[in-house]
Design a protein around this ligand. Structure first.
Ligand code: C2E
Ligand code: MG
Ligand code: MG
Length: 750
């Protein structure tokens, strides 16, 4: 007997002997039909049909049955081809039917499944779970949905399925069982998982933005807002130009787009601008997203803020190259800089110096006031050292209380470089010797300095450091708070120079300077005048040559009072000569040094001297050298013109040793060119000197200036000069520079 078949229909079928021919699950199909196909939705209509059927013929009944049977067949086909798992269980959990998909998952045929329960196929726990779910579906009376993972018994593949369970009733309302339909949602799950991962990734640490193919921003994440300052609302609809810093040119963006289009990706360092205007370094990577057809649909841009990384890199670099306590370069950076200084010295020919500075009795401060106070002293020492030096010099801390200074670009001459080094060293000693305020303590400290001069290659940084260190110990031995040079010869010279300098300072007040006069004559030996040349008569040293003390006087600035003294003395002499017909017309030439000439009140000084002594200014001739005039041409011309107003004359001393061009000489109000003695010396034997002298004479004539030759020692020289048209001479041939009494005696001899 077919259970569950519409009772009226069943009875009818039985009457016609047809019921036995129905497939075993026809009863189920009949009910499924009512559920799914809606064929029997209208119960009244059916009842009517059935009632009518009571009266119909068996042929009619058979036709009806056939009709219904083909309807079952259609449904069965549908049921079997459907890709979902479909099954029907009785309210007690007994399988009533299932489709081939379900068979695959169970690994059994329908005939083996029907009449059995889940307990026959799986462990109790899982069967209990399914049973529970069926009960829930039954209790709900409606749809109940679950998701679970199913391993297909036939091929072992794992699939995620969404299970929909529905209680099924026949048209009389009687419960038939639970219909289960399970759909494979593995792909959907995978996509969902990927989306979830993408969503998490999108909200990662990095600033991200998604744009469409035209670069319009569609979406930005939280870090984007945090880093750039623009909210999602502000950014969406804009383009990445929103972040443009202006630090990259069009070529940069062109290259970026070119790479992006060619390879689908770009990454690199960019400068961006935050909403608050701040520009920051970032690492940007852009990827193009392409659709199935290969056409770009979106761009994804990731951006990380490198400000902190850069700062971290810098602080790492700082640690590696700088002393954390003082912020000064450490030994490593010092050696590096020293190497560069050595190379640059080899190129330029200029000397450099290395000073090793050690604080005197530093241990005491640590022992008495503690290390914190000691640290304060080191920090202040570092600051003071920096204040003593130029930008190009290096101050470093080797460790402890040892500091090293590298001076660059000093003089090409070792002795002068040593003098410059000494000046700096003394400045350092004085500066470090000032009292310190260390927290509440006032503290006095001194230092000892060892110095060494370096020039060309050959010397290593390490050697220099050792030399300066040795010299520093000598400074300590010498009683501290002093400077010593490594080179003993240099030390001797420097010591000599130091004493010379201190004596030079006293020379003026002690009236140790004198003027000597060297006669200048014309071609008939008639005196034209004299050059005033300074002499230093030292009580112990005797006569010191100006070649020895003039450079020192220039370096120390002593040349200013000395030069003024010369000017005053010369004017006084000119005044004295006014009284005598023999000397009344003599012109006195005075040497003027660069420093002196550059003084703001030099013109005033000359004017005052001329007025004070009431001399005829035309008798005063200022000797200038080429080098000092070239320094600042416009100022030079202005000063010279102002002096010219007073009425004094100019002679260009040591002419030919500089680089004056005719062009430039034309602009200077000069009266005379003085041929340097170096050309005169070899005039008889050296053809190039001859040529030079000839040229100078021709130049002077074309410029309408006098020309005088200095250092004329022989008659031969004089003759040559005369032949070339030079008629004024100065030199030992006529007289050496002599004191005034001798000079005047010379004049009287005639
Ligand atoms: P300068 O102005 O070129 O002076 C000429 C130098 O040549 C003088 O040397 C002079 O003694 C020397 N001399 C003159 N005739 C002969 C000669 O026939 N043979 C040789 N071998 N030498 C000769 P001095 O007096 O030693 O002066 C050297 C330099 O010192 C001067 O060169 C000048 O540049 C500077 N100087 C001298 N006096 C003064 C001064 O009062 N003020 C300034 N600023 N510089 C001065
Ligand atoms: Mg001179
Ligand atoms: Mg000269």
């Amino acid at each position: 007997m077919n259970k569950g078949l519409n009772p009226l229909l069943a009875r009818q079928l039985r009457k016609h002997g047809l019921d036995e021919q129905l497939p075993p699950d026809a009863a189920i199909w009949s009910n499924l039909l009512s559920v799914i196909d809606q064929a029997y939705r209208d119960a009244d209509q059916e009842r009517y049909t059935l009632e009518r059927s009571l009266a119909i013929s068996s042929e009619e009944m058979h036709a009806l049955y056939q009709n219904q049977k083909s309807s079952y067949a259609r449904l069965r086909t549908l049921f079997e081809t459907i890709q979902d798992l479909v099954w029907l269980k009785s309210p007690d959990g007994v399988y009533l039917t299932c489709n081939p998909m379900f068979e695959r998952s169970f690994g059994a045929k329908e005939a083996e499944i029907v009449g059995k329960t889940d307990y026959d196929f799986m462990d109790k726990k899982r069967a209990d779970l399914f049973r529970e779910r069926d009960r829930t579906a039954l209790a709900n009376g409606g749809l109940s949905v679950n998701e679970e993972w199913v391993t297909f018994a036939d091929d072992g593949h794992l699939a995620a399925v969404e299970v929909v369970k529905t209680p099924v009733h026949d048209e009389s309302g009687q419960l038939i069982g639970v219909l289960g339909i399970a759909r494979d949602i593995t792909d959907r799950k995978r996509t969902e998982a990927e989306l979830r991962i993408a969503a998490v990734a999108f909200e990662s640490q990095e600033s991200m933005m998604i744009t469409d193919a035209d670069g319009v921003i569609l979406r930005v994440n939280q870090p984007f807002t945090k880093i750039n300052g623009y909210t999602s609302e502000e950014a969406v609809g804009q383009t990445p130009r929103l972040l443009k810093s202006g630090r990259h040119n069009a070529d940069f963006y062109r290259a970026m787009w070119e790479t992006l289009q060619r390879t689908g990706a770009w990454q690199g360092e960019v400068w961006n601008r935050r909403k608050n205007g701040e520009v920051y370094p970032g690492w940007r990577s852009i990827s193009a997203v392409k659709g199935g057809d290969g056409v770009v649909t979106h761009y994804i841009g990731a951006l990380s803020d490198m400000t902190e990384r850069k700062a971290a890199e810098e602080s790492i670099e700082n640690l590696a190259f700088y002393d954390p306590l003082t912020g000064l370069p450490n030994r490593r950076l010092l050696m590096d800089r020293l190497q560069q200084s050595l190379a640059s010295s080899a190129r330029s020919g200029r000397k450099g110096a290395l000073l090793f500075i050690d604080l005197d009795n530093f241990k005491d401060i640590n022992d008495t006031l503690g290390h914190d106070i000691g640290d304060l002293l080191l920090q202040q020492t570092a600051q003071r050292l920096e204040s003593c030096l130029r930008e190009v010099d290096t101050v470093s801390r080797l460790g402890g209380d040892e500091f090293v200074v590298v001076l660059e670009g000093l003089s090409e001459h070792a002795l002068e470089a040593a003098a410059q080094t000494k000046t700096v060293g003394e400045k350092i000693l004085a500066t470090l010797g000032q009292p310190y305020q260390l927290a509440t303590h006032e503290y006095h400290s001194t230092s000892s300095i060892g110095a060494t001069i370096f020039s060309d290659h050959g010397q290593s940084g390490g050697d220099l450091l050792k030399q300066a260190d040795i010299a520093m110990y000598q400074a300590k031995k010498a009683g501290r708070n002093t400077l010593r040079f490594f080179d003993p010869q240099m030390q001797v010279s420097i010591t000599a120079r130091v004493s010379l300098e201190s004596e030079l300072r006293k020379a003026l007040e002690n009236q140790q300077f004198h003027l000597h006069y060297q006669i200048q004559v014309d071609s008939s030996h008639r005196p034209l005048g004299a050059e005033a040349l300074i002499r230093w008569i030292h009580p112990l040293r005797g006569m010191v040559s100006p070649a020895q003390f003039i450079p020192l006087a220039e370096e120390t600035g002593l040349i200013l009072p000395i030069g003024l003294w010369v000017l005053e003395t010369a004017c006084a002499q000119l005044k004295a000569w006014q009284q005598d017909a023999l000397t009344r017309d003599l012109v006195l030439a005075v040497n003027v040094s660069a420093k002196q000439f550059r003084q703001a009140d030099f013109v005033a000084q000359v004017q005052a001297a001329v007025q004070h002594h009431a001399i005829n200014p035309i008798l005063l001739k200022l000797e200038l050298t080429e080098g000092m005039l070239l320094e600042n041409i416009e100022d030079t011309i202005a000063t010279m013109n102002a002096l010219k107003e007073i009425g004094v004359q100019f002679s260009l001393d040591d002419f030919g040793t500089g680089y004056s061009s005719l062009q430039y000489l034309k602009r200077l109000p000069l009266d005379q060119l003085k041929i340097d003695q170096s050309f005169v010396r070899d005039i008889a034997i050296d053809s190039s000197d001859k040529a030079i002298v000839r040229t100078i004479i021709a130049m002077a004539q074309s410029l309408d200036m006098d020309v005088i030759a200095e250092g004329v020692e022989t008659e031969e020289q004089r003759q040559f000069l005369l032949d070339e048209g030079c008629t004024h001479y100065q030199g030992y041939l006529f007289s050496k520079p002599v004191p005034i009494e001798q000079f005047e005696a010379l004049l009287k001899q005639g």
